[in-house]
Design a protein around this ligand. Structure first.
Ligand code: NDP
Length: 292
């Protein structure tokens, strides 16, 4: 039986349309538009593309994009001073510092300097703790996007066995927390896991975030599973490949995300969602969780 390709791009456009609609209703009611500050340090070409795409998406959603581009030689002190200023500005609801930062800047220190209530990336330790404790906060955009894709596929969470491959702070760990909060039984695999296929084959929900092209094949997948492929790997031929061999996976799984046009566009859509949530909370408005 052939599985279904999950239309990440289509779902991301739906989320963005939901955010646009929420923002339009808020501004029509007389509130100021949400503001997202992006901070980019240095010349990394991939980072420039990511930030440009985030800013474009923000503008299309009616979110005001305030951009700060700093020289690669910018001192940590100067960056922290900018973050301090953005923390105090009333028109800034969300702050996104594009990672990685140049080697002379301590990323942890910069993340900790962001006001947790404006931390729309969800990387601040306060937000990590809130997610773990089940309190209101901000969830990192990529795992949040994966959860939305699973919801859109009418996945049963309660009692399902979810396996997350990868334990990074930005994807694997928060993904596992989200699935646990949905009452899944959660297993996390990593580079030291023994006999991984025997573990992943137990998964009703399989989320893979490793960064190794096509490491997951049909032999790793339980028949009927839903598979979310977070990996982005550029081959020598210039093509993007996921961590999952999509063709092979489709012979076994119920549904699989493609790469590209799977999880990638959801990450940006969820950043827009987090920004509108930050805006609502800061204005003391009832939260509209349509795009959660
Ligand atoms: P990290 O490198 O931070 O983490 C990779 C994880 O994979 C680690 O936990 C590592 O284990 C584990 N791992 C490595 N090799 C193996 C193996 N052979 N078997 C099992 N586990 C293994 O990566 P990220 O989480 O940041 O990103 C993962 C992938 O997702 C990358 O391709 C990245 O480009 C992509 N990505 C895509 C996004 C999107 O928007 N679509 C957003 C973020 C990331 P250990 O901890 O033991 O070292």
């Amino acid at each position: 039986m052939a599985g279904e390709i999950i239309d990440g791009r289509g779902i991301s456009l739906k989320v963005r349309a939901e955010v646009k609609d929420i923002v339009q209703r808020r501004t029509a009611a007389g509130h100021r538009a949400p503001g997202l500050a992006t901070v980019l340090v240095g010349e990394d070409p991939a980072s420039h593309v990511y930030v440009r795409n985030k800013r474009k998406a923000a503008e299309k959603c009616g979110i005001i994009s305030l951009h700060h581009e700093l020289d690669a030689a910018t001192s940590e002190k100067a960056l922290l001073a900018l973050i301090d200023e953005l923390n105090t500005r009333d028109d800034v609801d969300g702050i996104l510092v594009q990672l990685p930062l140049p080697a002379h800047i301590d990323e942890g220190k910069v993340i900790r300097a962001i006001d947790p209530d404006k931390d729309v990336d969800g990387f601040h330790p306060e937000n990590v703790a809130r997610l773990s404790l089940g309190f209101e906060g901000f969830v990192p955009c990529t795992p949040k996007g994966c959860l939305r894709l699973l919801r859109e596929m009418d996945t049963t969470f309660e009692g399902a066995h979810a396996v997350v491959v990868g334990r990074s702070n930005i994807v694997g760990k928060p993904m596992a927390q989200l699935l646990l909060a949905e009452n899944c039984t959660v297993t996390i695999c990593h580079s030291r896991t023994r006999d991984m296929p025997s573990v992943t084959r137990l998964a009703d929900i399989l989320v893979v975030a490793v960064g190794r092209a096509h490491m997951i094949g049909a032999e790793h997948i339980k028949p009927g599973a839903v598979v979310i492929d977070v990996g982005i790997n550029r081959g020598e031929d210039g093509k993007l490949r996921g961590d999952v061999d999509t063709e092979a996976a489709l012979t076994v799984a119920r549904a699989v995300t493609p790469v590209p046009k799977g999880v990638g566009p959801m990450t940006i859509a969820m950043l827009m969602h987090n920004t509108q949530v930050a805006h609502a909370r800061r204005l003391g408005l009832a939260e509209q969780e349509a795009a959660s």
